[in-house]
Write a protein that binds this ligand. Sequence first.
Ligand code: TMP
Length: 206
Amino acid sequence: MFITFEGTEGAGKSTLIRAVGQALGIPKSRIIITREPGGSRVSESIRSVILNEQMDPWTELFLYEAARAEHMAKTVLPALKSGKTVLCDRFTDSTLAYQAHARGLPWAEVVKLNAAATRGIKPDFTVFMDVDPALGLRRAREHNRFEREGVKFQQKVRRGFLKSMRLDPDRWIRIKAFSGTPDEMAARILSAINKKIDGQGRKKHS
Ligand code: TMP
């Protein structure tokens, strides 16, 4: 299974991902937790350039996609091929929300570049950790340059995620950030995933 986690800043994604990893109840050696941008040596180097340098929005987009292509090749695809479950902190929906919806680059172009960088691989499920952008910014610990762009930018990002969700509702699980302990939220996410899997099974057999 390939599950991605999305949200605006300060939604508590990394803690939740670890809780979901444990709640899955499969051996640690069969799960990898990774992130974008990053998750492989070259992609982590690209991450530090993206987060620390000011640049043209198109340059930013290509760097995210370059980091993604390498992450897919070195980390995600080998793990999926060997039957592991991959939990990824941010993925293609972040590029749609940040670079397309919030920065204003053309949505259709970003869809194409996402497909090229991922070799057409899509997550089975995507968890959206929904947080009020103002609260999220107050909670975010390290302030990267996206966080410094302020609440209005984060509100646009949030609307970008909602747009992705409307376009492909079956893939998404929306959860209100901080609406329980990480373990409680992880349990709700797993039960939502199981319901979706059951529903898909029923659709196939009817
Ligand atoms: P993180 O703080 O959640 O690790 O993510 C790093 C930043 O990169 C975060 O501000 C969101 C941003 N980002 C994009 O703008 N586009 C992308 O495609 C990805 C993966 C992240």
